[in-house]
Ligand binder design. Structure first.
Ligand code: DHB
Ligand code: MG
Length: 627
């Protein structure tokens, strides 16, 4: 299966785009005319440069306002086409995309358009070129791939075919299964894009909000399944107009694009096995059973403070590493690893960021399969020299320089007994059972990339985006979770350094984990236990509890307990949610305790403004930077 991407999808000048596209592993490139015109080199030199980079020049686009014009304008349109054909021959590109006309004088008429394309086909064929016709969602007379196909069918010329673009079909709500009735050999090219479901004018939506397959809400997989069912075996190519991508890192955007195509084709192969020959096999999206551990790189006074925080929350030091400055802290199925090594990955992370989460461990069915899928999707495997007594646990580089380890049922599950000498200390604990979710903070621009990383590698679903109101700015938040809800990640995208999330980013060195939420089955029993272990909760405003009393029908006794213990509350019709926060540690990190009742699957977003205000109050009192 050949993969491509349009130059318009990536930031930078044409040279930077070519380099990024080649490095990401695409077969070829769609030249968006603007990018070519802006370049100083001749078409021949540009074509050569692209081929030297190992890429095919798959498509030249767009040629606009061609079909259905009245006589005087019609002749001029053919002259314009001939000039473009000249350029294509120099570039070494044999296929041009003609998008449906938006010309105010275009007359319409299926047969008129078909006659125009029949003649264009003759002219293209004379030069060994081909013409593909695409229905723009906002075309003046043709805005539906079914009409474009009828024109191509009636043009009846072997050098004239159809170009499909998932955005134009799905964005207009056209059933993608209508593609199944088009012969695959008459489809010359397929463009793919996703987009978030927002109500807006289709042209504006298309030019600014497209994103990679899987990053938005359109049924791109259904579209691609229908395309494959036709027998189409040409390139699949990304055409993404997106404001953030235009200003992003060319390398990252190109890699994300390639990742999204591989994940999409893998999904198509599974759903449409009879018609997806030629798509390479990779392990299925990985089911994460649990977050097995969270590892902090921590040294000095931060390390001591973190140990004290964990003790105050009922954790016990369960083991010391056999050969390293590493301790294991445990309660229920929660494991925190505190790594004070000055070398290796943890040492590097500490040097770059100070105290930080440097590693996350996940329980999976097969650790080797997980690494195999991750690498097929373009992630890098991670390893470092093993110390005495250490097990080789499969790992990859995660996001923002972090590492992710995978533990499965084999010998790896014995890592805690093999690598750690048990310690005696025991505490009654505080009823904390498991890791509910891990919350990561990144810039808003990085959010799509991070969610794509998780949703392509693991079997996870995205929840809708929510706004988190910080007193000093808005933070966009999106949760992704495994179908069982056992593995949950929240992604928080900050746009300004003045928010709590933004200040965390500015102080550290890019995106990473800002907090970890721990589950309890009984938050009131946990709060009572924590009162004895010396836990200092984040103090909330009395106004918050007065408002709760007004909004919810809560037992006065329970409300009094919540007020006394600083427990937040939310309910969404399916269940209830209770939250209790630690005070910040090591700068802007914190821990959270949650209890879910019923089918509540959210994260208490309505409480975020009050929790954030309380965190900021606490930092101002402590004389920390008043962010
Ligand atoms: O927005 C446009 O004009 C435009 C141009 C070419 C395309 O292939 C397309 O899908 C949209
Ligand atoms: Mg298109």
């Amino acid at each position: 299966m050949k993969t491509g991407i349009a130059t318009v999808s990536i930031s930078g000048n044409l040279e930077e785009k070519i380099e990024a596209i080649a490095a990401a592993g695409f077969t070829g490139i769609e030249i968006f005319e603007q990018d070519f015109i802006a370049d100083i080199r001749s078409p021949r030199a540009v074509g050569q440069r692209i081929r030297d980079a190992g890429l095919e020049v798959m498509l030249f686009q767009p040629f606009r306002d061609f079909e259905g014009l009245p006589d005087g304008l019609r002749a001029k349109a053919f002259d314009r086409a001939e000039r473009k054909f000249d350029v294509m021959q120099e570039l070494g590109c044999d296929l041009v995309l003609v998008c449906s006309s938006v010309h105010p004088q275009a007359l319409g008429g299926i047969d008129r358009a078909a006659a125009d394309f029949a003649e264009l086909g003759v002219r293209a064929a004379a030069r060994g070129l081909r013409v593909g016709y695409e229905a723009l969602a906002w075309g003046r007379h043709v805005n539906d791939h079914r009409d474009a196909w009828e024109i191509v069918r009636r043009a009846d010329h072997p050098s004239v075919g159809l170009i499909l673009d998932s955005f134009h079909t799905l964005g207009r709500g056209i059933d993608p299964d209508t593609i199944r009735r088009i012969p695959g050999d008459r489809i010359f090219f397929v463009q793919l894009a996703d987009a978030p479901a927002i109500e807006m004018d289709p042209l504006y939506w298309s030019r600014h909000f497209r994103n990679m397959p899987g990053e938005g809400d359109l049924a791109v997989t259904d579209f691609m399944r229908a395309v494959m069912a036709t027998g189409y075996d040409g390139p699949i190519s990304l055409e993404i107009f997106n404001d953030q991508f235009r200003g992003g890192s060319p390398g990252t955007i190109a890699q994300d694009g390639h990742r999204s195509l591989i994940a999409l084709m893998d999904e198509v192969r599974r759903a449409e096995p009879a018609s997806s020959a030629g798509i390479p096999a990779l392990p299925a999206p990985i089911e994460v059973r649990d977050t097995a551990f969270v590892e902090f790189a921590a040294q000095g006074s931060d390390l001591i403070a973190l140990e004290q925080l964990l003790e105050s929350m009922g954790f016990r030091r369960a083991g010391r590493h056999v050969s390293k400055q590493v301790t294991l802290w445990q309660q229920g199925d929660i494991r925190f690893v505190l790594n004070a090594e000055t070398g290796g990955h943890a040492g590097t992370a500490w040097n770059a960021r100070g105290t930080t989460v440097c590693d996350i461990g996940l329980s999976v069915g097969s650790a080797p399969d997980t690494v195999a899928r991750a690498t097929a999707l373009g992630a890098r495997p991670f390893s470092q020299p093993l110390g005495p007594g250490e097990l080789p646990i499969p790992a990859i580089r995660g996001l923002g320089g972090s590492v992710m380890h995978f533990i499965d049922d084999g010998t790896l599950s014995e890592v805690w007994d093999v690598e750690f000498r048990p310690e005696d200390g025991s505490t009654p604990g505080a009823g904390l059972t498991r890791i509910d979710h891990v919350a990561q903070t990144m810039t808003y621009d990085e959010m799509l990339s991070w969610s794509l990383f998780y949703t392509t590698l693991f079997d996870m679903q995205k929840a809708p985006m929510v706004d988190v109101v910080d007193p000093d700015g808005l933070v966009r938040s999106r949760a992704i979770a495994s179908p069982t809800g056992k593995f949950r990640i929240t992604l928080n995208g900050a746009e300004t350094h003045r928010t709590l999330a933004g200040a965390f980013l500015a102080e550290g060195f890019g995106g990473t984990v800002q907090h970890v939420a721990l589950a309890t089955d009984d938050i009131f029993a946990t709060a009572a236990a924590l009162a004895k272990t010396g836990f200092a909760p984040l103090d909330l405003s009395p106004n918050y509890f007065d408002d709760l009393a007004a909004r919810f029908d809560l037992e006065p006794d329970m409300l009094a307990q919540m007020r006394a213990a600083n427990i937040l509350y939310d309910a969404d019709g399916t269940g209830e949610f209770f939250q209790l926060y630690s005070r910040p540690f090591a700068g802007q990190m914190f821990l959270e305790i949650v209890e879910r009742r019923g089918a509540y699957a959210g994260y208490g977003a309505p409480n975020a403004p009050f929790r954030i205000a309380a965190q900021k109050r606490f930092q101002r009192v402590k004389g920390m930077p008043a962010t």
